[in-house]
Design a protein around this ligand. Structure first.
Ligand code: SF4
Length: 64
C-alpha cells in the first residue's frame, strides 16, 4: 500500500519509533538485503522517510 509521507507522518514515526520497512522485518535477510518470502525488498527499504516521499507498506511485514 502506497502512503504519501508528510511532516506529521515523519514526526509521529520518529516520536513513536514506528517500524515498517524490511530492515525491521523478521523475513528480511540482512546479508543479501532480500526477502526470504521472495517479495521485492527494494520498495520497502527506507526506514526514515522524508516529507514528500512515498512509503510502500508490505502486507507481510512482521516486526522483529
Ligand atoms: S515480508 Fe515484506 S517487509 Fe518483510 S522482508 Fe519481505 S518484503 Fe520486506
Amino acid at each position: 500500500m502506497d502512503s504519501p509521507v508528510d511532516a506529521r507522518f515523519v514526526e509521529e514515526a520518529r516520536k513513536f519509533r514506528l517500524r515498517f520497512a524490511c530492515p525491521d522485518c523478521a523475513y528480511f535477510q540482512t546479508e543479501s538485503r532480500s526477502c526470504s518470502n521472495g517479495y521485492p525488498a527494494a520498495p520497502h527499504l527506507v526506514t526514515d522517510p522524508v516529507p514528500g516521499s512515498v512509503v510502500i507498506f508490505c502486507k507481510s511485514f512482521e516486526l522483529l
